[in-house]
Write a protein of this length. Structure first.
Length: 77
């Protein structure tokens, strides 16, 4: 979450179109929501010993963070 907050400051200074800026903002902010959601929802029931398919939300959050950071980096160059 801290990375998302700091990156929003840099997004204001990046040379990006409004569409790319909004996309990067959504991707970076979605990551701290998706990753814990995937961990918690994958083992909702106390009897679960293995995570269910919702564990893929953590990978989706990681990919979201990576894509948003790459867009931000390109905008800052």
């Amino acid at each position: 979450m801290l990375f998302a907050l700091v990156s929003l400051i840099y997004l204001d200074q990046a040379d990006l179109s409004p569409g790319l800026r909004a996309l990067a903002q959504w991707l970076i902010v979605a990551a701290p929501v998706l990753m814990p959601l995937g961990f918690f929802l994958s083992v909702v029931r106390p009897k679960d010993t293995r995570p269910n398919r919702l564990i893929w939300l953590t990978g989706l959050g990681g990919a979201s963070l990576a894509a948003g950071t790459i867009i931000l980096g390109i905008g800052l160059l």
